[in-house]
Design a binder for this molecule. Structure first.
Ligand SMILES: Cc1cc2nc3c(=O)[nH]c(=O)nc-3n(C[C@H](O)[C@H](O)[C@H](O)COP(=O)(O)OP(=O)(O)OC[C@H]3O[C@@H](n4cnc5c(N)ncnc54)[C@H](O)[C@@H]3O)c2cc1C
Length: 392
C-alpha cells in the first residue's frame, strides 16, 4: 500500500522547497517533496543568487523585494544561518538607454525598491576601477544582495524539514496520476503517493512531464555559460558590488575576495532555432569563445581585469520562456494539478514570493490575483511581460 499526502511537490529546488515551507506555514499537514537527485541539484544549487529590485515591471519587482526580505531575515526567522552578502546592485547603461533606465527606476521605486540614479563619479566610488562614462547612465540599489545558492537552498530544506515537510531525495516521479479529470497522486520509483494536490516544480524537466498530461508549455532548455575570473595577482582589485553593465552585456558579483562570478545577459543569445538540448546530457563547462567574450566585456567594465584570468567555468540549463518570466498555473481541466516553471534564469530570487502564492493557490484552489500576470495563456494573448531594466 502506498502513502498519502495532502500535497505532493515534484522537484526539490528552491521553487518546490519554498512552496513546501509556505504550505506548512499555512497549516497544511502532510507535504511530500519528491526529488529525483538531491535537493538543489538542478539550477538552484548553481545560480548566481543575485536579488535586486531594479526591474521595469511592478509585479516582477515585488517578487525580488520579497526575496530580499526572505533571505535577509531567514536566519532570524527559522534559526538556520544563511550568509547574505549586502553588496548593493549597480546598473551601468549606455547614454541612449537613459529613457528606458529612468522608466525602470520609477517603476521599481513605486514597487517599493530603494534605488536612484547616481553620477559617474559616484558609480566609480561604489566600484573602484569601474570605467564610468560621464555620459552614461548609472543606477544604484543599496539593498541589492546575493546569497550563495547551494547553502541557501539547503537552509530552506532544513527549515522545511524542521517544520514537518517530508523530503525524499533519490526519488523520481515517473507519472502524475489523473482519474476523471482530477489528480490522484504520483507514481514514483519509490512507490505510489496518493494526493489530491500535486505541484510540478521541475524547471527544465517539466516540459515533457506536463506534455504527458496534455499541457503544452513554451519552456525550453537553454545553456547558460558562466565563468569565475580572478583579479590580476597583486593588483588589489576587488569587485565590491553586484553589477550589470549593458556595454559589456555582463552581470557580475563578487566570489570570495579575489574572484568574480560573471555571466552574460542571455537574452542576447536566445535563438528559437537552437538545437534541442538534453538537460541531462550537455557540456558542463563554458565554450572558449564564450569565455573570451566575457573576458573582453569584463575588461570594458573594469579595465584592470584585462590582466585577470579565468579561474573556472561551468554551464547550466535555464528553463526559458519567450518573455523570460515563469509560468505559475493551476491546470485547466485537471483539478488539483499545479505547475511553476520557466524561470529563465531568475527563479532563485523569486522563489519565496512564488512559494507563498503557489501555496495560497493550492490551498484555495483559486489563483491569487497577483500571479495572473504569469498565466500560461499570455503567450497566446500577447500579454507577455516586459521587465528588463535595459532595452533588449
Ligand atoms: C548559471 C545560473 C545563474 C543564475 N543566477 C540567478 C540569479 O542570480 N538570481 C536568480 O534569481 N536566479 C538565478 N538563476 C536561476 C535560478 O537558479 C532558477 O530559476 C531556480 O533555481 C529554479 O528553481 P526550481 O526549483 O524551479 O528548479 P530546479 O532548481 O532546477 O529544481 C528542479 C528539480 O526538479 C527535479 N526533478 C526533475 N524531474 C523530476 C522527477 N521526475 N521527479 C523528481 N524530481 C525531479 C530536479 O532534479 C531538480 O532538482 C540562475 C541559474 C543559473 C543556471
Amino acid at each position: 500500500m502506498g502513502r498519502t499526502a495532502d500535497v505532493v511537490i515534484v522537484g526539490g529546488g528552491v521553487t518546490g522547497l519554498c512552496t513546501a515551507l509556505a504550505l506548512k506555514e499555512r497549516g497544511v499537514d502532510r507535504i511530500e517533496v519528491l526529488e529525483r537527485h538531491f535537493t538543489g541539484s538542478g539550477q538552484s544549487g548553481r545560480a548566481a543568487g543575485v536579488i535586486r529590485g531594479c526591474v521595469g515591471h511592478a509585479a516582477v519587482a515585488a517578487t525580488q523585494l520579497e526575496g530580499q526580505e526572505f533571505y535577509g531575515t531567514f536566519a532570524e526567522k527559522f534559526g538556520v544561518p544563511v550568509e547574505v552578502h549586502r553588496t548593493g546592485y549597480l546598473l551601468v547603461a549606455r547614454p541612449h538607454e537613459r529613457a528606458h533606465v529612468e522608466a525602470t527606476v520609477s517603476v521599481a521605486e513605486r514597487a517599493g525598491c530603494r534605488l536612484g540614479l547616481v553620477s559617474a563619479e559616484e558609480a566609480a566610488e561604489i566600484q573602484p576601477g569601474l570605467d564610468a562614462d560621464p555620459s552614461g547612465v548609472h543606477v544604484f540599489e543599496p539593498e541589492g544582495i546575493y546569497v550563495d545558492p547551494a547553502p541557501a537552498t539547503q537552509a530552506i530544506r532544513l527549515a522545511a524539514t524542521a517544520a514537518g515537510v517530508l523530503i525524499r531525495e533519490g526519488c523520481e516521479v515517473k507519472e502524475v496520476a489523473v482519474e476523471g479529470g482530477r489528480v490522484t497522486g504520483v507514481v514514483s520509483d519509490d512507490g505510489k503517493v496518493s494526493a489530491e494536490n500535486v505541484l510540478v516544480a521541475t524547471s527544465v524537466w517539466g516540459t515533457p512531464q506536463l506534455a504527458r498530461l496534455g499541457i503544452k508549455v513554451p519552456v525550453r532548455p537553454h545553456i547558460a555559460q558562466m565563468a569565475f575570473f580572478h583579479v590580476p595577482a597583486g593588483s588589489g582589485q576587488r569587485l565590491q558590488t553586484t553589477l550589470f553593465d549593458s556595454r559589456a552585456g555582463l552581470y557580475m558579483r563578487p566570489e570570495g575576495v579575489a574572484q568574480m562570478f560573471v555571466g552574460r545577459k542571455e537574452k542576447d543569445f536566445h535563438d528559437p532555432d537552437e538545437p534541442a538540448i538534453d538537460p541531462d546530457d550537455y557540456k558542463q563547462t563554458a565554450e572558449y569563445s564564450a569565455v573570451r567574450q566575457m573576458h573582453a566585456g569584463l575588461s570594458v567594465t573594469l579595465p584592470s581585469m584585462r590582466d585577470g584570468f579565468v579561474h573556472r567555468t561551468y554551464a547550466c540549463t535555464y528553463d526559458v520562456t519567450p518573455d523570460e518570466m515563469p509560468i505559475l498555473e493551476q491546470a485547466d481541466g485537471i483539478d488539483g494539478l499545479f505547475f511553476a516553471l520557466g524561470f529563465s534564469g531568475g527563479g532563485f530570487s523569486a522563489a519565496p514570493w512564488v512559494g507563498r502564492r503557489m501555496a495560497d493557490c493550492i490551498i484555495s484552489g483559486e489563483k491569487p490575483r497577483e500571479i495572473t500576470p504569469f498565466k500560461l495563456e499570455r503567450f497566446e494573448t500577447g500579454e507577455t511581460i516586459d521587465w528588463s531594466n535595459t532595452p533588449d
